[in-house]
Design a protein around this ligand. Structure first.
Ligand SMILES: Nc1ncnc2c1ncn2[C@@H]1O[C@H](COP(=O)(O)OP(=O)(O)O)[C@@H](O)[C@H]1O
Ligand SMILES: [Mg+2]
Length: 426
């Protein structure tokens, strides 16, 4: 979620919130064949063209060789067009769908071959699921509907009531427990569904297009609510959607599926910046990149950094060697002291200054690594140095050159196109 952005390794990995390095769900080569016997399916999967072999035998390959791992506290989005295998994969995680091949580990235990009683315990205690079309019981109160998951788990009545009320409170329906579903709006009814899952309080939540049937404004409200709850709960969530913007808003990482296979698995900004193929490019073509990409995504090494103790004449020469009109001055810890320009250095040489102190200037725009490109792009090209990225301690992390901003906002490039040079000029 954007509030707990999954930091890619590198200069931006300073966030302490968000996913932790503890794998909760791991899928290893999961495949699902529909419509064939186990033996037929195994034979078809071993063929050179498994999808073709499955189809030739009269079956359908719903998911093929899907591997991923989800970290504790992560919102892991599975995205793809309708029919791409998202639900097939999600339902293998709690074995509503039996995998045809592959392994699935939940909190370290292989659930692929769990006996029925242990599987039931897993579904009760560890994994719950929210469906797109979950149904409320029309003649039961909102509270009883919210408590439903607890009832099927055998929780005692008083505790059910308490936990259901607490969950309703969290989704903003604290005063509606005694109402019947038809007395609520569509959006509120959806919140009851969310409350039902929250009341159970599972460590892992599976959500299969829970908001897809909602109209856009209510949908956005629900996304906001989920993000807000997630900041408080840090739950591990596998979230299926066919909507890229929803995926970008909610997902720490997004796994893109096509025809039952994984095409790409990366953070939202990474996918937007470097779509793996034309299918993904098409998906991301109409996303508002400026609202997805951050300074960290476009970070480049600064062309030149200088120290306060440098002699102005030397600094001026290095500017010339680098064809730069200005440069950053940093202290020994990498903290940004200011910038110097060629004009100010010429003046310092004329004054016969011994170091850069008198030439320092603060004519630069500093942004944080997680600032959105859309919020600072108008600053690019205004100064002698590019938009300047600093961390909380004031250390210079790098720059975002104007050319990099412009190329990142233009059309999606497949990953094999010419990369942006590591060091680009403003
Ligand atoms: N029970 C089933 N029997 C046969 N085919 C199925 C079954 N469930 C899903 N499929 C097929 O598998 C493919 C992937 O379906 P699904 O996982 O539901 O896709 P998504 O959730 O991405 O829309 C689709 O082509 C679908 O028709
Ligand atoms: Mg589906």
């Amino acid at each position: 979620m954007s509030a707990t952005t999954y930091a890619a390794p590198g200069p931006a990995a300073t966030s302490t919130r968000g996913p932790q390095r503890e794998t909760v769900v791991a899928a290893e080569g999961l495949s699902k064949v529909y419509g064939l016997s186990d033996r037929q399916a195994a034979k078809a999967l071993a063929a050179a063209d498994p999808a073709g072999a499955v189809a030739a035998a009269g079956g359908y390959l719903g998911a093929h060789d899907v591997s991923f791992s989800v970290q504790r506290g992560e919102v892991f989005v599975i995205m793809g067009l309708s029919g791409s295998g998202k639900s097939t994969v999600l339902r293998m995680v709690n074995r509503l769908n039996e995998p045809t091949a592959g392994r699935l580990l939940v909190e370290g235990q292989d659930v692929t071959r769990l006996p029925a009683d242990r599987l039931r315990a897993l579904r009760n205690d560890t994994i719950s699921m929210v469906f797109q079309h979950f149904s409320l019981f029309p003649h039961r109160t909102v509270r009883d509907n919210a408590a439903y998951g607890l009832k099927v788990r055998g929780v005692a009545r008083a505790e059910r009531r308490e936990r259901a009320d607490a969950a309703l409170e969290r989704v903003g329906l604290g005063d509606r427990g005694d109402k019947l579903p038809h007395e609520l709006s569509g959006g509120m009814r959806q919140r009851v569904g969310l409350a039902r899952a929250l009341a159970v309080d599972p460590p892992v939540l599976l959500m299969d297009e829970p908001f897809s049937a909602l109209d856009p404004l209510i949908r956005r409200d629900m996304q906001d609510l989920l993000m807000q709850l997630q900041v408080e709960d840090g739950r591990t969530i596998l979230f299926v959607t066919h909507d890229l913007n929803e995926a970008m808003r909610l997902g720490d990482r997004v796994m893109v599926m096509r025809q039952g296979r994984v095409v790409q698995c990366a953070s939202g900004p990474e996918i937007v910046a470097h779509p793996a193929d034309d299918y993904v490019s098409e998906f991301v073509a109409d996303v508002d990149r400026a609202r997805v990409l951050t300074a960290a995504d476009l970070l480049r090494a600064p062309l030149l950094t200088l120290s306060r103790g440098d002699r102005p004449a030397d600094a001026l020469r290095r500017l010339g060697d680098n064809e730069a009109n200005g440069a950053f001055v940093v202290d020994d810890d990498g903290r940004l002291l200011g910038v110097v320009t060629d004009a100010r250095l010429v003046e310092a040489v004329r004054r016969e200054a011994g170091d850069l102190t008198g030439a320092l200037w603060d004519d630069y725009h500093a942004v944080a690594p997680d600032d959105l490109v859309g919020d600072f792009m108008h600053l690019a090209g205004r100064q002698v140095v590019p938009v300047t990225v600093v961390d909380d301690a004031g250390r210079l992390l790098g720059v975002v050159p104007r050319a990099t901003i412009l190329s990142s906002l233009s059309h999606a490039r497949p990953a094999d196109a010419a990369p942006v040079p590591e060091v680009a000029r403003a």
